[in-house]
Write a protein that binds this ligand. Structure first.
Ligand SMILES: Cc1cc2nc3c(=O)[nH]c(=O)nc-3n(C[C@H](O)[C@H](O)[C@H](O)COP(=O)(O)OP(=O)(O)OC[C@H]3O[C@@H](n4cnc5c(N)ncnc54)[C@H](O)[C@@H]3O)c2cc1C
Length: 414
């Protein structure tokens, strides 16, 4: 029997390979690009190695705890440093994220079940129990930011499973979160890695047999006789099926959003005020191009340079992103100027000493209403020799992608 084929060398594909390596199963991994990691990457900005994609990940999922331990990354863990809370932009002013919130949702106890139809979107679930300001200014910029989509378009069940579970088990989000979230817990919520998130990618690759790994090796055709894990974005996977087939159409129907990031290094004297916060979020309601300003030099030790401020401006949400990749695409200079001009309403900056523009085309899948049903149909329609893994299906964050790779590996060998 030929070895199992893994297509895609992002974290999902690498996790599948790692699982095979540990269980002694023969495999080969094919990655189209010259590097492993996919949406996890880093590069130099002004002599500093800076993440170009994910710069942190949830610390609590058991899968991440296991990878950190097995890969010996314990000493590389960094915890976010900033002293002040995240700042929220509203009508030209900054307001701190209130204390006692979980992903923007105020934690307040209530045993009263909310007697209404179950919500299908995150936005609807929040709006039923909280004010419009909580939805638009606290939850939207955090959960909508992570998912690069507006919360009224994000399916509750797939994009915020913890919220869905809280409502199902306790009758309301208020009651559910009050009973299940412990914000005084000593366990951190997020981890970063001292050597950027690429440390995770490199540590996995180091444990794999190099003879089984193929870079610059796009797969353009599926082998019907070979067990295969498709750890590619849904649009890339769709291209491997007949476009008129049901599965090809279901995969193509998962929409993606482009994301742009401008990383800037300033002399501290050219920034006013210098924040000691993880950054600023710009709610969708404010109609800005910029969705977030991460204050990297306050957030992470690895980005602290004496006398300098390192920030990253992010743009791209909900598919309204052709200014990043598409017909209205702005040049690097125009994009940088547009984002800086919006930031300047609350933080004045001079000329940057260094900058890097990164454009991620089709960066993040949108978990729109109907997503979980579509994923179910994709898995049902999949040929018997194919398993799917990666951000398109059961969660876009790093832990979810690792877990999906492991589960796909287990499913094809069962
Ligand atoms: C800008 C940005 C910031 C993010 N920040 C965070 C964060 O802070 N925390 C967090 O947890 N998550 C974050 N994410 C999300 C997370 O990084 C991704 O969801 C995750 O890395 C995706 O992993 P994956 O393996 O599913 O897919 P990918 O990383 O997309 O990997 C898929 C791979 O398949 C390859 N491929 C495609 N077609 C073929 C083919 N035909 N043959 C062979 N190979 C092919 C691609 O080249 C790619 O390497 C961020 C994402 C982006 C874009």
């Amino acid at each position: 029997m030929s070895s199992i084929q893994i297509i895609g060398g992002g974290l999902a594909g690498l996790a599948a390979a790692y699982q095979f390596e540990k269980s002694g199963v023969d495999y080969e991994l094919f990655e189209a690009s010259p590097t492993f990691g996919g949406k996890v990457a880093s590069s130099q900005v002004g002599g500093l190695l800076v993440d170009a994609g994910a710069d942190n990940f949830l610390a609590r999922p058991p899968v991440i705890q296991r990878f950190i331990q097995e890969l010996g990354l314990g000493d590389s863990i960094e915890l976010p440093q900033a002293k002040d809370p995240v700042q929220i932009y509203k009508e030209g002013e900054l307001f701190p994220m209130p204390k006692g919130t979980y992903l923007g949702v105020p934690l307040m106890s209530s045993d009263e079940p909310v007697d209404v139809e179950p919500a299908t979107t995150i936005g609807a679930a929040i709006r039923k129990e909280f004010s419009a300001d909580v939805a638009d200014y606290l939850v939207e910029p955090l959960l909508g930011g992570i998912n690069a989509s507006e919360i009224d378009n994000l399916e509750l069940q797939s994009a915020a499973p913890k919220f869905a579970e809280a409502i199902e088990n306790h009758g309301s989000l208020r009651a559910g979160l009050a009973k299940t979230v412990n914000i005084s817990s000593q366990l951190p919520v997020f981890y970063g890695l001292k050597g950027t998130s690429m440390e995770l990618v490199d540590a996995i690759v180091e444990r794999l047999n190099p003879a089984k790994l193929h870079l610059d090796s796009p797969i353009n055709e599926l082998d019907p006789d070979r067990l295969t894990i498709l750890a590619t974005p849904a649009h890339a996977s769709a291209g491997l099926f007949d476009p008129n087939s049901e599965i090809g159409q279901e995969l193509s129907a998962i929409r993606y959003t482009h994301v742009g990031q401008v990383t800037l290094i300033f002399d501290e004297s050219d920034v006013d005020p210098v924040l000691n916060s993880p950054g600023i979020v710009f709610p969708l309601k404010e109609s800005k191009l910029i969705s977030a300003c991460s204050w990297l030099s306050a957030k992470w030790n690895r980005y602290q340079l004496p006398g300098k401020v390192v920030i990253r401006l992010t743009t791209g949400k909900n598919g309204a992103d052709s200014h990043i990749v598409g017909p209205d695409q702005l040049s690097d200079t125009a994009l940088t100027e547009a984002l800086i001009s919006e930031l300047s309403e609350v933080v004045k900056v001079g000329e940057p000493e260094s900058l890097r523009v990164v454009r991620w085309s089709n960066a993040l899948p949108l978990y729109e209403v109907g997503h979980s049903a579509r994923v179910g149909r994709i898995r049902q329609l999949a040929p018997i020799n194919i398993a799917f893994a990666g951000a398109a299906y059961d969660g876009i964050g790093i832990p979810a992608c690792l877990q999906s790779g492991i589960l796909a590996a287990k499913s094809v060998t069962e």
